[in-house]
Write a protein that binds this ligand. Sequence first.
Ligand code: GLA
Length: 366
Amino acid sequence: MSSESSSAFAPGRVNLIGEHTDYNLGLALPFAIAEGVTVRAHALEPGPSGEERVSAYAADLDERDEFPLTDVPAGEGWRAFVRGIVAELRRAGIPVIGSSLEITGSLQQGAGLSSSAALEVALALALIDLAGAGPGGRGASGAERPGASDELDRMDIARLCSRVENEWVGAQTGLLDQIASLYGAPDTALYVDFRALDVRPVPLHLEGWRLVLLHSGERHANASSGYNQRRAECARACELLGVDSLREADDAAVALLPGPERLRAQHILGENQRVREAVSALESEDLPRLGELLNASHVSLRDCFQISTPAVEAAVQSLMRAGASGARLMGGGFGGSVLGLFAPGFSPPPGTRDVRPSAGAHLLHA
Ligand code: GLA
């Protein structure tokens, strides 16, 4: 086995506000958190017949996978992510080499904190670096960097990872989680415009306020929840309105839509506006206003987008009873964690944990 290796870390995310806006070409305000996924990749010598293989070990699950580098087969669960990333990187022109991958994580899966995106991004960064194709990549093969892969910037990597979720995992998710993981920075939220694909850092200084997460106790999974149905309903609303995305819809036309489509579109229009207002609130250090916007977002996600559950409602109520300035369901919905904002002097209830904006995905050099 070659001694050449590469390691990468990619964080999960919290979304301050702007849910289900990403695939509607709207706005969101996420940040990367400290917890994430680490992938250690080592070059593997080809087998006796010259066949190159990828072998992967998910340490937290104590499960393994192995597959040929060329003609990658589909897989289930975490294997679908690994196989998809390898296949899509190769399709994008990255000269991925036979490798042994070790995956470890500090993110609870199913908590709605984008453990999937963290896994995809960490895999992509480690494999690109091992192939010698990344910015500053060392490359186990020692080969010259190929032109095609030189052009893979962070947004290309986000798109590639999202394609893996869509085509290999079966979750029709957007780019929110991958962008948050790739562009995150300490004390910074990311104002993302999904139509322009523009990411603007917005300083997030809590000054004694606290952002906390409380798990609803319900496991969240985009592929098996109502997530894909919501996406289809938004697409149907666009068809009825004759627009390419709900970003272009206007209030008057939306008001004439039939039931579910009208409610979904109303959520998206309102949520985009709340994201703009949340950016203004942060810029003017008006955290009480941010709390109001979180509450309004929750009401819209519950009543218009209809993705809350009794367990999620109980978690939001528990934060509000403890004096939160704002609390809302977060991410795809149908379970996972809820987010709460607490002013100085208030104590979040037991079971919560603090989160703050942290560094984005990066290579780990020994
Ligand atoms: C999940 C998806 C994202 C986004 C959010 C909802 O996290 O992976 O693409 O749609 O739900 O905002």
